[in-house]
Design a protein around this ligand. Structure first.
Ligand code: PMP
Length: 360
């Protein structure tokens, strides 16, 4: 079975060595005689796995001691609802930076049961650039932003400027662990696992301990960050397999040299692709160069028809997952941590051939 080059936006390609190791443990986790999917989440074997995962996250992101690491479920979408429910107190507003589709989803969820202030927005540019400097409201519970906009193809290079006393919250679903995160500036960072971390089903939440105390009494226990923090993420059965594979991915990141090395590799891959697009007459990028994402390169050919032809050429060359999101069309190449140079090489070859075919 030949594996294809997968540029999907998520669930996305994972390191091949991790998949091979994971498959070995399906029948028997280490020498336990029970497969990883069959172990109790309360047993010693899983306790070691979740502890190792937390230790590696702390090491890779250089987390301060007052940041709790929570392994939750429900995707980033559940965080859209849990966040305001836990942090926004009576009379407070929640502030959001609107940088695209997923920010809008987060805003909608927060509007459901309280006040929202949009502190900055790039909607006027159809999210082809990043929003300007945020203007926060007076009684805000937090400022939320989406560090990488998976669909629009933009990414914040630095966190937004925030007044000192306003907690900064980041949806890092599509760029977590692709680069360092400054936890002197952030108070809560969350991410669905299925792009840079591992299989779908796990949501990572990194939260400053002081924020655990803010939830109103009326909030059901399972929706409180504090419940999960106190239970060591074992309040109920956690997504054991996702955590297991994520732990292997974290080990793989450490073997690569850590987040800084991964960042350099990611930047190098993205630069090759953007340079190819910039030098081309057949392809054009969707967003302004200063806002370009290292994770999701959003581009197109001249017309939807020729996009289709290009996708067919990619398919014939063993490349999948390049179709743009239905809301923007065109093409999207996702270059998460596990993306390989070989995949980028192949894509560039197909682009060269397509350009030669269409321009001349
Ligand atoms: N935020 C961002 C930035 C995303 O890219 C996605 C998924 N593509 C989501 C949130 C929603 O994630 P989930 O499907 O895990 O709820």
């Amino acid at each position: 079975m030949t594996r294809l080059f997968n540029f999907s936006a998520g669930p996305a390609t994972l390191p091949e060595s991790v998949l091979a190791t994971a498959s070995q443990h399906l029948l028997s986790l280490d020498q336990t005689g029970i497969g990883v999917l069959e172990h109790s989440h309360r047993g010693d074997a899983f306790a070691e796995i979740i502890e190792r995962a937390e230790t590696r996250i702390r090491r890779l992101l250089d987390l301060p001691q007052d940041i709790e690491v929570l392994f939750l479920q429900g995707g980033a979408s559940l965080q859209f609802a849990m966040l305001p429910a836990n942090l926004r107190q009576n009379g407070q507003t929640a502030d959001y930076i609107n940088s695209g589709h997923w920010s809008q989803k987060a805003i909608q969820a927060a509007l459901h049961n309280g006040k929202v202030h949009v502190a900055a927005s790039a909607e006027d540019s159809e999210f082809r650039q990043l929003p300007g400097k945020p203007v926060t409201s007076n009684h805000t519970a937090y400022l939320h932003y989406t560090s990488n906009n998976t669909i629009a193809g933009t990414q914040f290079q630095l966190p937004p400027n925030t007044p000192h006393d306003v907690p900064l919250v980041c949806d890092a679903s599509s760029d977590i662990l692709s680069r360092p995160i400054d936890f002197s500036l952030h108070d809560l960072v969350y991410a669905g696992a299925q792009k840079n971390l591992g299989p779908a089903g796990l949501t990572l939440v990194l939260i400053r301990r002081t924020l655990l105390e803010k939830a109103p009494d009326s909030l059901p226990e399972i929706l409180r960050y504090k419940t999960h923090a106190q239970a060591g993420s074992l309040y109920h059965t956690p997504p054991v397999f996702s955590i297991f594979v994520t732990e292997l991915v974290l080990e793989w990141i450490e073997e690569q040299g850590g987040v800084r090395t991964i960042d350099e590799q990611n930047q190098a891959q993205a630069a090759r692709l953007y340079q190819r697009i910039d030098a081309s007459e057949a392809f054009s990028g969707r967003v302004v160069p200063a806002a370009r994402s290292v994770m999701n390169v959003v581009f197109s050919t001249a017309t939807p028809d020729s996009d289709q032809r290009f996708l067919q050429n990619c398919h014939d060359a063993g490349i999948v997952g390049l179709k743009g999101h239905r809301s923007v069309g065109g093409l999207r190449a996702s270059l998460y941590n596990a993306q390989t140079h070989a995949a980028v090489d192949r894509l560039l070859e197909v682009m060269d051939a397509f350009e030669a075919e269409t321009t001349g």
